[in-house]
Design a protein around this ligand. Structure first.
Ligand SMILES: NC(=O)c1ccc[n+]([C@@H]2O[C@H](COP(=O)([O-])OP(=O)(O)OC[C@H]3O[C@@H](n4cnc5c(N)ncnc54)[C@H](O)[C@@H]3O)[C@@H](O)[C@H]2O)c1
Length: 703
């Protein structure tokens, strides 16, 4: 392999260029190359200063995370950075694109940092359950002060270069050509005989910190990063640096904490999720060469809860979108909601007033289906009713231009049946957005039996363009996410009848790491939504009289959830915090009596298992049927769509971490108690438990 690092000279300035496409990841070869180049430049008597920069679209965007968990091949990053910092001549980092993780740490070892205005720097390590382990937690606080550095390290979010400059992490923003500017900076340092500024030798001063700073920072972060391991270790690393008698002692403490993080189950889960998320975009039979259709304009049918949010996604990405409603009133209402959302974003400073106006101008309201004739993609988001959807698709078939993609946002209905109402089923696909559609990251792309490859490829590409993480699903009731949700909610409701309360069940799932429990979630989504979903399936579920009984009873009482101030919980005006409601508890007791269920004390362990095991079992069926391509895809759906705690992976990873033999035994335990109907183990779990395989790695036809 070619050396990914080369050394050039601009008279007395040596320029070290890292060229390791696509993102200049810090592989062993890059580390070795930098070390060798620094040695050569430092010992060359003709060289007065050194510039370190990257070729391609970015500075070093991070470590090569495939090297994690493997014995690290020399040289390690700590030694490389120490050698840079120890150089006898000024070393200038020239940052463009992103300098993240180890890339940012390298720049902190340089004596001077300059950056393009659009560059960003940061430490995303915490998002992988680790911490910057090559001096980052020791050097950054020496440049920016402790409080600022802690925010950067614990948030994991990239910092724009101009802000990093204000913080003291970057010395100069270069507007023109970065390479030229960096060389000029190096010459200036030489000409002005500026003493070498070695970050590791700067004092770390905590004297300005208010009393109790670490305690209050810690408490705030603990509340924000519930259940996670790494954020507290980041704090300890910085705090340890302050307590240490030398930079080296602080760095050794950082290293020990880094190793602890690396071994933690949370980090294993987060790293697996990182790869799973990237893997989702890979679809067997579809590759770079698969043709894609151009999406220059879009249309959405229906401006309700989902249609409005979907339209905003297009406008946010600069794609003009026509929104069609059935009458003026519904159209005006839908547009007013969109306008309100943009105005709120502008008021909160998330976008400028001008951006809000520009985005609104890309949304064209219409009452006539003929207005979508020119759109490249049309997404239907009308009521969840097959007859209505069929009418809409028949109408679209008449007006849409040849080659337009016809998509449905249905949550549960059969995409093939919808496609069959058109003369172009190959152009029909499901695009299942999550609510609120302008906020939620997940998009399930539903492939029909006849959907053409280029339509799938286009939908996956479009998802990326509008900032979504897309997961491919086959056609089945509820696709990946909602099909699994059914068992989760079924057991949660049954637990109420058997003796639990909504707040107890919700607390158990909240403590597991979900942002909210199943009942707060049901209240948020609307009790009527769940009721109507069950209604569609009554013939299938009516053998089981207990099914969804508490939810049905709430619906009949008109307790439709948060929007009516009462559902499984009650809500004070202008306060979304769920409050336990004795009325609901009495109602549950009555329902249990009516259904002849004897209530008992149920422990937290059972509550958790009863809710999570159905997710695992249904997920395994979905995998075996080929509805999901990979176990990791399911985990991504549950993380982004339903808030399954990322630091526990997803349901598939959680099952693997628990042990599939153990999972199987637990399912069997409930089967013995409740019968086969809901508790027959998925054959895939039996097979993998026997063979020692894993659900999260499982994929049917690896390409
Ligand atoms: N609400 C959710 O959380 C959610 C999540 C994912 C998917 N979905 C799915 O999205 C779709 C829409 O759901 P929603 O919650 O936005 O419903 P909604 O009732 O809020 O909006 C539906 C809109 O479609 C309009 N409409 C009905 N028939 C029409 C027609 N023939 N032409 C033009 N407009 C028409 C209605 O006037 C209404 O404004 C459904 O298929 C639903 O299952 C909903």
């Amino acid at each position: 392999m070619n050396n990914p690092v080369r050394l050039e000279k601009d008279t007395e300035v040596a320029v070290i260029i890292i060229d390791n496409p696509p993102v200049n990841a810090l592989s062993q070869a890059v580390r070795a190359g930098i070390l060798e180049a620094i040695e050569a430049a430092d010992s060359d008597p003709e060289v007065a200063a050194i510039v370190l920069r990257c070729a391609g679209r970015t500075f070093i965007a991070g470590a090569d995370i495939r090297e994690f968990g493997k014995p690290l091949a020399a040289p390690d990053l700590v030694s490389v950075i120490a050698r840079i910092e120890g150089a006898s001549k000024p070393v200038v980092a020239a940052i463009h694109g992103t300098a993240l993780g180890g890339g940012f740490e390298i720049t902190l070892g340089c004596h001077y940092r300059c950056a393009s205005p659009a560059a960003r720097v940061g430490f995303p390590e915490v998002k992988l359950g680790i911490l910057p382990g090559a001096g980052g937690t020791q050097r950054l606080p020496r440049l920016t002060g402790i409080g600022t550095a802690l925010e950067v390290i614990v948030s994991g979010d990239p910092v724009p270069a101009p802000r990093a400059c204000e913080m003291g992490a970057i010395d100069e923003i270069i507007d023109g050509d970065l390479a030229t500017g960096a060389i000029a900076a190096a010459r200036r340092l030489v000409a002005e005989k500026t003493p070498l500024r070695r970050t590791g030798e700067l004092p770390l001063d905590g004297s300005a910190l208010p009393d109790g700073f670490f305690a209050s920072f810690r408490a705030r972060i603990a509340a924000r990063t519930r259940g996670q391991f790494a954020p507290e270790r980041c704090i300890r690393a910085v705090e340890g640096g302050l307590a240490a008698s030398s930079f080296e002692e602080g760095r050794r403490n950082e290293r020990a904490l880094f190793e602890e993080c690396l071994k933690s189950p949370e980090s294993a889960a987060l790293r697996t999720m990182f790869f799973a998320e990237r893997q989702c975009a890979r679809i067997p039979g579809i590759d770079r060469d698969t043709a894609k259709r151009d999406i220059g304009t879009a249309a959405v049918i229906g401006a309700g809860t989902m249609g409005g949010g979907i339209a905003m996604n297009f406008a946010n990405a600069g794609i003009p979108v026509t929104v069609v409603e059935r009458d003026r009133e519904a159209l005006d209402r839908g547009l007013a909601v969109i306008r309100g959302n943009y105005e709120r974003s502008a008021k909160r400073g998330r976008i400028t007033e001008a951006e809000a106006t520009a985005r609104m101008a890309l949304i064209h309201p219409a009452l006539d289906m003929a207005q979508v004739a020119g759109a490249d993609i049309i997404i239907e988001a009308v009521f969840e009713n097959m007859a209505i959807k069929k009418q809409v698709f028949a109408a679209l078939d008449k007006v849409a231009r040849a080659g337009a993609i016809l998509a449905t946002n249905t949550s549960t209905l059969d995409v093939d049946e919808i496609a069959a109402t058109t003369a172009r089923p190959g152009d029909v696909i499901g695009t299942h957005f999550f609510s609120p559609a302008n906020v939620m990251r997940l998009l399930e792309v539903v492939r029909g039996r006849k959907t053409e490859k280029e339509v799938i490829a286009t939908a996956m590409g479009l998802a990326k363009k509008i900032g979504k993480t897309a997961v491919l699903s086959g056609v089945c009731y509820g696709f990946i996410g909602n099909r699994m949700l059914e068992g989760y909610l079924r057991e949660a409701n049954l637990l109420l009848l058997e003796g639990a309360t909504p707040s107890r069940v919700d607390k158990v799932l909240y403590d597991f790491g979900f942002p909210m429990g199943p009942f707060a979630m049901s209240d948020l989504a609307g009790i009527d939504v769940g009721y109507l979903v069950r209604q569609e399936r009554r013939p299938l579920i009516e053998v089981d009289k207990t099914y969804g009984a508490p939810g049905d009873a709430l619906y009949r009482m008109g307790r439709l959830g948060l929007k009516t101030g009462a559902g499984y919980f009650r809500y004070d005006k202008d306060n979304r915090t769920p409050q336990p409601d004795p009325v609901v508890e009495a109602l549950i007791v009555d329902e249990a009596k009516r259904l002849a269920i004897t209530r008992r004390d149920i422990d937290d362990g059972e509550i958790l298992e009863r809710c999570l095991l159905p997710l695992v079992n249904e997920g395994a069926l979905i995998l075996d049927e080929g509805i999901a391509l990979r176990g990791g895809d399911i985990d991504v759906v549950w993380n982004y769509g339903y808030g399954f705690p990322r630091y526990r992976g997803g349901p598939m990873f959680w099952a693997d971490a628990t042990g599939l033999a153990d999972i199987l035994a637990r399912i069997e335990k409930y089967r013995a108690r409740f019968g086969d109907r809901h508790w027959t183990p998925a054959p895939l779990i039996e097979r993998l438990a026997a063979s020692g395989g894993r659900l999260s790695d499982y994929q049917e036809n690896p390409s």
